[in-house]
Design a protein around this ligand. Structure first.
Ligand SMILES: CC(C)(COP(=O)(O)OP(=O)(O)OC[C@H]1O[C@@H](n2cnc3c(N)ncnc32)[C@H](O)[C@@H]1OP(=O)(O)O)[C@@H](O)C(=O)NCCC(=O)NCCS
Length: 147
């Protein structure tokens, strides 16, 4: 796992297209997120033999970590990579002294919801039309404990 680099952009766009279709992030969205790296954003990729197989993004503002994206390429899903990235997200959240982690997810995305529930996330609300007309999102949250 390593920090994202500008050179990863094309690979990320191809994965987005494959996984998210009409809701895939555009180059502009990635670039505006990457412009905040080191300010309020953390983006990491998982690389296997030179190929990006997963990535996640975080917006960290006022003690709240927002998971902006998390994805594993279709060929590499269900091999624990999502779990690996969630563990890293927890670790980063603790290191930054965050109080909570939040995310939005489509109600029908059972794979992601199951993963988040395994990490102690709970549904705290519904955001109507979040992904477009009649495309709602569940908001999920998990508190971060600091021992
Ligand atoms: C959600 C996602 C990141 C999970 O990544 P992953 O590497 O497949 O996850 P893991 O292998 O670590 O799975 C961990 C657990 O999550 C649950 N899970 C993962 N995929 C699942 C599926 N298709 N159906 C049901 N549960 C699933 C299981 O409980 C799994 O544990 P198990 O394999 O021991 O049963 C991946 O499915 C993905 O990239 N999906 C497309 C993009 C996406 O929807 N991102 C989230 C946007 S909010």
């Amino acid at each position: 796992m390593r920090d994202v680099m500008k050179a990863d952009l094309e690979a990320l766009l191809a994965i987005e297209e494959d996984l998210f279709q009409s809701e895939a992030w555009s180059k502009d969205v990635f670039e505006s997120e990457f412009a905040l790296l080191g300010v309020s954003r953390v983006y990491k990729v998982l690389e296997n033999e030179g190929e990006i197989v997963g990535y996640f993004g975080l917006a960290i503002i006022d003690g709240v970590v927002d998971i902006t994206t998390i994805a594993v390429t279709s060929h590499h899903q269900r091999h624990g990579l999502g779990t690996m990235m969630m563990n890293e997200i927890l670790e980063i959240s603790k290191q930054r002294g965050a109080q909570k982690i939040m995310l939005e997810v489509k109600p029908e995305n059972l794979a992601a919801i199951t993963l988040y529930q395994k990490f102690g996330f709970e549904v705290i609300g519904l955001r109507r039309n979040y992904y477009g007309p009649s495309k709602d999102a569940l908001t999920m949250q998990r508190l971060v404990t600091h021992e």
